[in-house]
Ligand binder design. Sequence first.
Ligand code: HXC
Length: 261
Amino acid sequence: MSGYENLLSEVQEGIAVVTINRPKALNALNAATVYELDRLFDELAQNDAVKVVIVTGSGEKSFVAGADITEMRNYSAVEGRNWGKLAQAVFSKIENLSKPVIAAVNGFALGGGCELAMACDIRIASEKAKFGQPEVSLGIPPGFGGTQRLPRLVGKGRAKELLFTGDMIDAAEAYRIGLVNKVVAPAELLDTTKALAQKIMFRGQIAVQVCKAAVNEGLDVDLDSGIAYEAEVFGLCFATSDQKEGMAAFVEKRKANFTGK
Ligand code: HXC
């Protein structure tokens, strides 16, 4: 995974750590970085050595401080729409990657940064993290999925307050409203996130993938359709070695040794 200017990536023991790396602009997302994310997530999807992905920002100050304002400030309406659509597609790719993706939010997660974190499956925040959708202060609404994913995560009323005011909230408040799963000391952020990744990695990987797909699929359809989808994928899992191994291990009172097959 080389040839990236604005991203760092490393894979160790099944966990890929992707770091947005434009520290001079607080890791703001310009188009080049979004194209790189697109390419990198294609690689991660294909790489069998990668079981779980962590996304974070470089430095201590910022996860991602939004879309790059200097780059988009003179966009026309058409360019603005295309920019939104590009990032929306990449964030959907992240959301629908068959492997779990965890955001380790180390600092500012504003605008497109908050939207990137919300496209991940789980968010762990440092005590220093700050969240917000400040777009209205720039005369635009969020354009990378924020108007859709924020209410799905925190509810309509809280989402509208954040969207209408553009206010920033700290990690404790983000935890209180359900925007993040956990808050830890800055020095513990990566280790805590890796420990969670590791725990997930040692479960049946197909089952984890199916859980992810069923939750994502189900939230976009009515309950009966979601339940019907669950029944299908639940049944299919009985055709896997992991199901045989998982249940054999329970009966034999030993730890399961899943192969992801
Ligand atoms: C471009 C950015 C940037 C951004 C920070 N920088 N955020 N550049 N785009 N989103 C740059 C600054 O210009 C500055 O560059 C350097 O990073 C350090 O930032 P400072 O402002 O000096 O730091 P500080 O005073 O600590 O303030 C931090 C901050 C502030 C509160 C995060 O930078 C800020 O408000 N940033 C913008 C946040 C924002 O509005 N994000 C939403 C963007 S819109 P120089 O060269 O001066 O050192 C968006 C919409 C997505 O995301 C949808 C589009 C379709």
